[in-house]
Design a protein around this ligand. Structure first.
Ligand code: G3H
Length: 484
């Protein structure tokens, strides 16, 4: 209990001068599992200074060498999958198997980023002047992509490793320095920080130059705004909740990449394959206990097929294993007690307003049993708010338009899905849905990780996916040759 994990700066592991630490509470045992350093603003300043120096040299390091180091880090990451996964199990109660998958997926992501980087950053453009009216062919413009400087990466608690490397990889291949601030689920907890520190250690072992990557942990109140408003930061890539909206208001004139919440709708038409629908509702709504921004968060289903689908979903929910992540249960404790309380608040509001509970509501500590709420109406909070838990509302609709209307009335617009055998209808519905991505006949998902991934409205700004992130973390630099 006495050990406090060190933070990473200037290529070494350090204890904070603050002498203080932040506890990470295990969601299952609700006991302190780990402790991390509570870094000070002064330490953040030092990290920024070091990153600035390191970045200058890194930008001049040949692209193939940058790629080589990333490939090395990816391999080390995969070698370390067991201990990193163990941290994910203990810090965020991710089912053991999924925790390993997260680390392996992260290694693959880093390798792909290295490959994609050498291709897209290895190309520039040549423009000639005489295509624009009034010009002779006497100006040649050479343009290429150059790094932004220092990228600040803030991943969320639910993918502390994968959504960190999805920022780190693109930043580094593009020639930037990277400062990582692990998730701050609430002001005083750093769920996922130890997994993130371990992941950073893999980059350390790969041999990146000192100062290029750093990882600072601590209290949001002390270093949160200080980091996001720091004049040394040239780009912010954030994934998380509505803190992102606050960050975007306070940040300086720097490119922002934000992936915030979602209320992903699942629209089910009468002609859909109902077994496929039920399987995807369970997978989409309840994987990692619904704690994914791309989880199915509202089912909008045609009344005529609703009874059948609800019955099929209930049969599948009855088979889910509920319990600790170590046992590979499907439903595990949600990340914090306050998160469980919030979910319970939404459930109780729906109960008071007359929703049908398909299962009995059951909770022990942070563990909430899977619950399908049928006959949800728009006056219930759960029709609009994001529970980030294993509870899913079903709204019965009488027309497709009604479904699209509900989907578009949301403040969110991350992903959505539509189930039908009629591809023409599916495309038309996809066009009408105000969401960054619409999946036809499958539950929403971010991956494969090179696909574009973006939210509309309060779900975010910018587009992610490996290629988009590399491009976003660069700017165009031109040199014009003027002939006499
Ligand atoms: O939680 C937000 C993630 O970006 C969702 O990723 O679709 O791979 O679970 P996922």
């Amino acid at each position: 209990d006495g050990e406090v994990y060190k933070y990473y700066a200037d290529g070494e592991w350090r204890a904070s001068g603050s002498g203080k630490s932040v506890a990470i509470v295990n969601p299952t045992t609700r006991q302190t599992q780990y402790r991390v350093q509570a870094c000070t603003q002064e330490e953040v300043n030092k990290v920024m200074e070091g990153a600035k120096v390191a970045q200058k040299a890194w930008a001049r390091t040949p692209l193939w060498k940058r790629a080589e180091l990333l490939h090395k880090a990816a391999a080390i990451l995969k070698e370390h999958k067991a201990p990193i996964a163990e941290c994910l199990v203990k810090e965020i109660a991710k089912p053991a198997k999924d925790a390993v998958t997260e680390v392996v997926r992260s290694g693959d992501l880093v390798s792909y980023t290295a490959e994609e980087g050498v291709r897209i950053l290895g190309e520039g453009k040549l423009l000639v002047s005489d295509s624009f009216p009034g010009n002779e062919r006497n100006k040649y413009c050479l343009s290429s992509k150059v790094p932004l400087g220092i990228v600040l990466a803030i991943p969320p608690f639910n993918y502390p490793v994968n959504l960190a490397v999805s920022k780190i990889g693109p930043a580094l291949i593009a020639g930037n320095a990277l400062v990582l601030k692990p998730p701050t689920q609430c002001l005083l907890c750093n769920q996922g920080a130890v997994a993130a520190l371990h992941m950073v250690h893999c980059f350390h072992l790969a041999g990146f130059p000192k100062g290029l990557i750093s990882c600072v942990t601590g209290k949001g109140s002390e270093i949160g705004d200080f980091l996001t408003m720091h004049p040394g930061v040239n780009c912010i890539s954030f994934t998380g909740g509505d803190t992102g909206i606050a960050i975007s208001k306070k940040a300086g004139m720097v490119p922002l990449q934000m992936e915030l919440g979602g209320k992903d709708a699942c629209i089910v038409l009468e002609d859909a394959d109902l077994d496929l629908v039920a399987a995807n509702i369970v997978k989409g709504g309840f994987s990692y206990s619904g704690q994914r921004c791309t989880a199915v968060k509202v089912v909008l289903i045609m009344e005529t097929v609703a009874d059948t689908v609800v019955e099929k979903v209930n049969a599948k929910l009855a088979k889910l294993k509920v319990g600790p992540p170590e046992d590979n249960c499907d439903i595990t404790p949600v990340v914090t007690e306050s998160s469980a309380n919030f979910i319970e608040g939404l459930v109780m509001d729906a109960k008071e307003k007359g929703a049908t509970f398909c299962q009995e509501y059951r909770r022990e500590g942070n563990l909430i049993w899977p619950l399908l709420l049928d006959h949800v109406r728009p006056d219930m909070r759960i029709a609009w708010e994001e529970p980030f838990g294993p509870v899913l509302p079903v709204i019965r609709i009488n027309s497709v338009e009604e479904g699209i209307h509900h989907c578009n009335a949301s403040n969110f617009g991350l992903q959505g899905c539509v189930f039908t055998r009629d591809i023409n209808k599916a495309i038309m519905i996809s066009d009408a849905m105000e969401s960054g991505t619409v999946q036809i006949n499958s539950a929403p998902a971010r991956g494969p990780d090179h696909f574009p991934f973006q939210g509309l409205k309060d779900s975010g700004i910018g587009s992610q996916g490996i290629t988009n992130s590399i491009n976003m973390m660069t700017k165009v630099k031109s040199t014009v040759i003027n002939l006499p």
